[in-house]
Design a protein around this ligand. Structure first.
Ligand code: AVI
Length: 303
């Protein structure tokens, strides 16, 4: 973490890896974001899944191993677990050991028949799935929430390539992808009136203070989020309100008034662009969207 943070803060455009939003407080704030009126992705994705469940289920089929990248605690996971006729095993892949242990405990209570094989790892790096000794028809990866949008498209393509190596041909992926839409709607989703997204953004500094002993004063920064039309992405920044210095690992970092730290990108896609992105590894077999075309849930099959 220290190396990555030092490296990011040493760039001409200071930046921080967005994965460091998610300590316990950050995960709670994100959970609150998903329930905000302005933040359309979560409820839209859930709506798409609910409206198309029979179709989704028939694409997935029965007797599969379901691998979920990230949390595994969400309402969306339960939608699938409740509706799929039979699952040979469920594998939640999650980096936080504590979080994963809670998820498994909860799932064991709620779904006593379900075979759960938790995997504690950073799924953005190459990993191997646990061996399943029972026969199963296929492996399906579930990657909801448009988290793929937090990667630069080149990185997203490489990441999907790495993931596809853990699948057999015919293995598949059910993935949520946020779509390009009116700038006002996009910008409102990342500038909510209650300031929860601002608190979530600033939390990265609190997390770095806590983990690395830095001395960021959160009051010195203002949340900024805007849609960059050239890059098809929402950018989140923390803007220094005045000139000041921050010390981290014995190194001073100077901030000019108005200078920003780039904390997150959230890429938005057209269906065509996403199809091109995955083309080296996956065919897009089916796309479900909402009536506004705000969000898509896509079924990809490895060729
Ligand atoms: C997790 N990820 C898909 C969210 C997004 O919309 O890019 C993170 C987020 N950042 C600000 N609000 C939500």
């Amino acid at each position: 973490m220290q190396d990555e943070v030092l490296e990011g803060l040493s760039r001409a455009q200071k930046s921080l890896p967005s994965k460091y939003f998610y300590d316990e407080r950050g995960s709670q704030l994100f959970e609150q974001i998903t329930r905000l009126e302005e933040y359309y992705p979560t409820r839209t994705e859930i709506g798409i899944m609910r409206a198309n469940m029979p179709d989704i289920i028939s694409m997935i089929g029965s007797g599969v191993v379901l691998v979920e990248l990230g949390s595994g605690s969400s309402y969306k996971t339960r939608l699938l677990l409740d509706q799929l006729p039979s699952i040979t095993a469920y594998i939640p892949v999650e980096i936080s050991q504590n979080f994963l242990a809670d998820v498994v405990e909860q799932l064991n209570l709620e779904y006593p028949e379900l075979t759960v094989h938790p995997l504690c790892t950073d799924y953005t790096r190459p990993f191997e799935l646990p061996e399943i000794n029972t026969n199963f028809s296929q492996t399906i990866m579930f990657y909801p929430g448009s988290t793929i949008g937090n990667f630069h498209p080149d990185r997203a393509r490489r990441f999907l390539g790495t993931l596809s190596k853990t699948l057999n041909p015919g293995g598949s992926m059910l993935i949520g992808v946020d779509l390009i839409k009116d700038t006002d709607i996009l910008e409102a989703a990342y500038n909510d009136r209650q300031g929860i997204t601002a608190a979530f953004n600033k939390n990265i500094l609190r997390h770095i203070n806590q983990e690395l002993g830095a001395d960021f004063n959160l009051e010195n920064y203002r949340h900024k989020a805007f849609y960059n039309q050239q890059e098809d992405r929402i950018e989140m920044h923390l803007v220094a309100e005045e000139k000041h210095e921050v010390s981290l690992a014995g190194e001073p970092f100077l901030f000019e008034e108005g200078e920003s730290i780039h904390t997150e990108n959230s890429y938005k896609y057209t269906l065509k662009k996403f199809k091109e992105l995955v083309r080296p590894w996956f065919s897009v077999e089916k796309v479900w969207t909402d009536t506004n075309n705000y969000f898509s849930v896509q079924y990809l099959v490895k060729h």
